[in-house]
Design a protein around this ligand. Structure first.
Ligand code: KIV
Length: 279
């Protein structure tokens, strides 16, 4: 295996596909989480517009605004040392024309300090992808279940089971690669379809609910680590139950405060000041 670079940049992901090395991507929404995931060695941190659901408590990603994305992207970029930071372009930030899309993606790069942006859709957004890439902004595509179209799709559900749908997805992926996208997220589609797309492309695919044949995988960190408890998509593997752990810790804290076990002598102002005193 090739030595891991100090900082992951867009061309490194293409090299990883060539070497047959899997790409590990997770979402992050703040600096502390970004720092933890970066330290663990994740390759890509996606500031996903899923933050609308897992951070803001909305039922879809549609209410997320560009200002909110810029704010969270900056936080993640502050925490990430090695991982490539990719920022989602929120609903209506790239559908109203190429100039508007360049301006908005530019804010995610300039103010948010992202290294790339992600947007949803295939052939329809290809001209926007081309324009962003010509401007010097790397673009990750996203096809399959595209959550910003949840109302058209009739809910969050898998796509691509029928042969015509699978063929359509293949064409969407080809259009994105042709327009200059450096990678494509394949969300919730049959593994065989994801495999065919992955084998047909030179750029890496990152799967979520798309089986094991993609060049990499992504999960929403709040799902993977058990922090988001409203619902868990069936394709998610839970690697920890941090929500339950935090509840337990909070119960202990509450009991300690109520029963006078916290603070003790070691947590008083005087003890803390003594500890902090330069030797
Ligand atoms: O917004 C997001 O977190 C995403 C992932 C589900 C890929 O797009």
């Amino acid at each position: 295996m090739a030595e891991k670079p100090i900082k992951i940049r867009v061309p490194e992901l293409l090299e990883m596909k060539k070497r047959g090395e899997k790409i590990a991507m997770l979402t992050a929404y703040d600096a502390t989480m970004a720092r933890i995931l970066d330290r663990a060695g994740v390759d890509v941190l996606l500031v996903g517009d899923t933050l609308g659901m897992v951070i803001m408590g909305e039922s879809t990603t549609l209410p997320v605004t560009l200002d909110v994305m810029v704010h969270h992207t900056r936080a993640v970029a502050n925490g990430a040392k090695r991982a490539l930071v990719v920022a989602d372009m929120p609903f209506l930030s790239y559908q109203l024309g190429e100039v508007e899309a360049v301006r908005n993606a530019g804010r995610l790069i300039q103010e948010g300090r992202a290294s790339a942006v992600k947007l949803e859709g295939g052939r329809v957004v290809a001209p926007v992808v081309r324009r962003l890439v010509e401007t010097g902004i790397p673009v990750m595509g996203h096809i399959g279940l595209i959550p910003q179209s949840v109302h058209m799709l009739g809910g969050f559900k898998p796509v691509g089971a029928r042969p015509a749908e699978a063929e359509h997805l293949l064409e969407e992926a080809a259009a994105l690669q042709e327009a200059g996208a450096f990678s494509i997220v394949l969300e919730w589609m049959p593994p065989e379809v994801a495999r065919t797309i992955t084998q047909s492309l030179e750029i890496p695919t990152i799967g979520i609910g798309a089986g094991p044949h993609c060049d990499g995988q992504v999960l929403v960190n709040y799902d993977a680590f058990g922090l988001f408890e409203e619902f868990t998509p069936p394709f998610v593997k839970r690697y920890a139950e941090l929500g339950a752990e935090m509840s337990k810790a909070a119960e202990q804290y509450i009991a300690d405060v109520r029963e006078g076990r916290f603070p003790t002598e070691e947590h008083t102002y005087r003890a803390a000041a003594a500890k902090a005193k330069p030797k």
